[in-house]
Design a protein around this ligand. Structure first.
Ligand SMILES: *Cc1c(COP(=O)(O)O)cnc(C)c1O
Length: 391
């Protein structure tokens, strides 16, 4: 058998097995018309599946900044930032991120995924131990595994379980890191950051938060460590520029020595091309808009709460509201029904979420119209049945 035949056989077999378990995935061409309107299969839909929480991907100032940067510096960075790819927009972007997060400095790289898989192995190694929430994002787990450190997953937001695990295991290791999402991407709930800081202090561990869904929308736009009103001192705050910031890229905000170490040792920073000038400039313009208008960052949660109150659910804590339907086929059918009614709500199923918790993940944007939010709530109500536990 030729190599390509043998590979094709291998891939086809794997795909068939996934298909049998209803886990095969497809990408569907979806043409954006605005921050929330898209065309899919020739049908115009209002999307509740984008993480563009502030609608900044289509904001005229953000677009203008991206276009001007492209004219000035070209379309690509051309090389790693350590070689020749460090165009002048990076330092401005990093200064603005550090200011928003209240840290000494920030470092920006290719994506949130690349940030987690790059940063964690710089800080942690085989003598160390990492404690992560069982629902944290896949790229945190990838970073943990690349570091070679021991890894323990604690029960979701369960401080007692984390405390027990720290007490049992911390002492056997040199350094300990606690890593959690600030806002959980598939559940929309928040990590108990103040309590996690206390536990980290008590057990001589470091705390890292992934604020992919917090920056721009919580705490006046500053993110999840500001959501209680105070600025909580989280020493490692990473996130993405690709959600509320409306651009592309990942960042870590931290103290000066940590950021300098990342610039020196982080493989996904060193061996990967810098962000394009347009992405950096768009992010700068977005951060300016967020800082100038705290009301804007409050809007996605307002829309989410309009939705949760219409459905008699507990108040949304973030712009993400899950409607857990448990069964994968039922979830797929519900999403199809919503699509037939003009709303794009992508179904989320294992392995992205635990088995038996397939769900509609609804993400609210400042750009959504209240009328659409209310209509979506009615439609979602119609797919729920009395056996769905109150969530
Ligand atoms: C989206 C996401 C990431 C990855 O960010 P990208 O910039 O899209 O690679 C990391 N962590 C969490 C919690 C996310 O939701």
């Amino acid at each position: 058998m030729t190599q390509s035949n043998s590979l094709a056989n291998f891939a086809s077999q794997k795909l068939r097995a996934l298909e049998r378990r209803k886990l095969r995935r497809h990408v569907t061409e979806t043409r954006p018309l605005s921050a929330v309107d898209v065309v899919r299969n020739d049908k115009r839909l209002t999307s509740f599946s984008s993480n563009d929480y502030l609608g900044l991907t289509h904001h005229p100032d953000v677009i203008k900044a991206a276009v001007e940067a492209t004219h000035k510096y070209g379309t690509g960075a051309g090389a790693s930032r350590l070689v020749t790819g460090n165009h002048p927009l990076f330092s401005e972007l990093e200064r603005k991120l550090a200011k928003l997060k209240g840290t000494d400095d920030a470092v920006v790289m290719g994506s949130g995924y690349l940030t987690n898989i790059g940063v964690i192995p710089v800080l942690m190694g085989p003598q160390d131990i990492i404690f992560s929430d069982e629902l944290c994002h896949a790229c945190i787990l990838s970073g943990n595994r690349l570091s070679g450190a021991a890894e323990h997953l604690y029960r979701h937001n369960n401080l007692d379980d984390l405390r027990d695990q720290l007490a049992a295991k911390r002492d056997k290791h040199r350094h300990a890191l606690i890593v959690t999402d600030g806002v959980f991407s598939m559940d929309g709930d928040l990590a108990p950051i103040a309590e996690l800081i206390k536990l980290a202090d008590e057990f001589d561990a470091w705390l890292m938060t992934d604020d992919a869904h917090g920056i721009g929308v919580l705490g006046g736009g500053h993110g999840s460590s500001f959501s209680g009103g105070d600025c909580l001192n989280v020493p490692l705050q990473m996130g993405t520029l690709s959600k509320a910031i409306g651009s592309y890229g990942g960042y870590l905000c931290a103290s000066q020595p940590v950021v300098d170490l990342i610039r020196t040792r982080c493989r996904s920073f060193i061996y990967s091309t810098g962000l394009s000038p347009s992405a950096a400039a768009a992010a700068i313009a977005a951060l300016d808009l967020i800082c100038a208008d705290p009301e804007l960052s409050a809007l996605p949660i307002k829309k989410a709460r309009l939705f949760t109150s219409a459905l008699n659910l507990p108040d949304a804590q973030s712009p993400i509201v899950p409607i857990i339907l448990h069964d994968t086929e039922r979830t797929m059918a519900a999403a199809k029904f919503l699509e037939s009614e003009g709303y794009l709500v992508v179904p989320i199923r294992p392995p992205t979420v635990p088995v038996g918790t397939s769900r509609l993940r609804i993400a609210f944007s400042a750009a959504h119209k209240d009328a659409d939010v209310k209509r979506l709530a009615e439609l979602v109500q119609s797919v729920l049945d009395p056996s769905d536990e109150r969530q």
